[in-house]
Design a protein around this ligand. Sequence first.
Ligand SMILES: Cc1cc2nc3c(=O)[nH]c(=O)nc-3n(C[C@H](O)[C@H](O)[C@H](O)COP(=O)(O)O)c2cc1C
Length: 203
Amino acid sequence: MHWRYATKQFDSSRRIPDEIWDDIEKAMVLTPSSYGLQPWKFFVITDSKVREEILPYAWNQRQVVDCSHLVVIARPTNFGAKDVDRFIARTAEVRGVDADSLAGFRNMLVSQLVEAMADHLDDWAVRQCYIALGNLMTAAALLKVDACPMEGFVPIEVDRVLGLPERGLTAAVMCPMGYRASEDRYAALPKVRYRLEDVIERI
Ligand SMILES: Cc1cc2nc3c(=O)[nH]c(=O)nc-3n(C[C@H](O)[C@H](O)[C@H](O)COP(=O)(O)O)c2cc1C
C-alpha cells in the first residue's frame, strides 16, 4: 500500500500483459456488494480514439490516454425489480437451485431495497461501484500495476461518448491503469495520512 499512489504520469509505451490483466479483471468481478447485487458494469477501454474523445471531459488529465487500460465503472440509472430478478436467476444457475425456492429472498430484496430505498438507489449503486474501485486498485497494486482513481470527469459527456444512456447506465468513477513514468515525481512524495492512533480507535 506504500508502493501504490495515484499515478499522475503513465509510461505510454508500456502495456499491461494479458495474463496480468486477466487476473485484474477476475479480481474486479469478485468484488463483494450489498446483498451480492453487483449494480455495475465495467468498461475496459484500450481504443485510443475513444480515450482521446474522453480526454477533454476528464479535465484533460493525460492519464486517460497515456495509461494501458482505462476502466470506467458504470452503474444502472434505474436499478429495480428487473435487476433483482436477474441476480436471482444467476444465483439459481450458479448454486443449482430452482429460482422459485429463492422467491422469499427476491421479495425481501424488492421490498426492503428497491421499494423502501427508492429515493436512494442511485447513491447506493455508486457506493457499490466504489467498493469495486478499491478492490481493483488493491488487486492491481499487489500485481505491481499502477492506477489513478478518478472522479474528475464530466459523467454526462463520458456517458455520451460510451453510449451509456441508451443502455440505462451512467459512469460512476474511472481508473486509468498501467505503469508509472519514471519522471512522475508524485511516486516519491511521502504519503499524507493521519496518524494511525488518530484514525483508529480500539474499544
Ligand atoms: C474516488 C477518488 C477520486 C479521485 N480523483 C482523482 C482525479 O480525478 N485525478 C487525480 O489526479 N487524482 C484523483 N484521486 C487521487 C487522490 O487525490 C489520491 O488518491 C489521494 O490524494 C491519496 O494519495 P495516494 O493515492 O497517492 O496515496 C482520486 C482518488 C479517489 C479515491
